[in-house]
Design a protein around this ligand. Structure first.
Ligand SMILES: [Zn+2]
Length: 201
């Protein structure tokens, strides 16, 4: 058993940091040390930022994004194409698509996927909210950007059924060879999907 090098206060900071994704105990220790060493330049502004976010964070009542404003920054951005809604499972997926700058649209966060095995049904996800939004005549297309997992695809089929009759085009992400990917390294499922969703050259 290693002997303690700091008192309970800094130890608690380390333990909390270690709960963050991507930070194990070792990285948490290094992060805590940096914070303590750079008290004025890093620890103080971080503490302020965390307090502000803690006090003001909310879930967007329109799309499910997290922000300090409701409706969120994405929903109130007038430069976005309001005719397209990109449906994602999680806020992390929304942020990933935004990082890529792939689409200038609005989003809808389902909050998960249908999973009969885990007891997650349609009422556990924000599908009703999506149907309501898609019924707005302004909306022309719903892009289902759910994960290429069994549950993700089940959810996509279910959502497609629910949107049926609203007059919106429902599309999904292409499945196929990743950019920079080598065929030899791909699994059979990805290769088969890539062949099936081939496009004219
Ligand atoms: Zn929003």
């Amino acid at each position: 058993m290693a002997r303690r090098v700091t008192g309970p206060e800094i130890e608690r900071l380390i333990q909390l940091l270690a709960r963050l994704p991507g930070l194990g105990p070792r990285s948490a220790r290094r992060a805590a040390l940096q914070l303590v060493k750079r008290r004025d330049q890093l620890l103080a502004p971080l503490t302020d930022a965390m307090r502000t976010v803690h006090d003001h964070v909310r879930v967007c009542s329109v799309c499910g994004n997290v922000d300090t404003a409701d409706p969120c920054t994405v929903c109130t951005d007038p430069t976005r194409d309001a005719s397209v809604i990109v449906v994602v499972e999680d806020v992390a997926d929304l942020w990933a698509l935004e990082r890529a700058g792939a689409v200038n649209a609005r989003y809808h966060v389902l909050g998960g996927v249908l999973s009969p095995l885990s007891g997650i049904g349609p009422d556990d996800l924000d599908i009703a909210g999506l149907v309501e939004r898609a019924a707005d005549p302004v909306v022309k297309e719903v892009i289902l950007a759910v994960n290429a997992t069994v549950d993700g695809q089940t959810t996509a089929h279910y959502v497609t059924d629910r949107l049926d009759g609203l007059g919106v085009k429902v599309t999904r992400l292409a499945h196929g060879v990743p950019v920079g990917g080598e065929l030899d390294y791909l699994d059979e499922g990805t290769l088969t999907a890539a062949i099936r969703s081939r496009t004219p050259f």
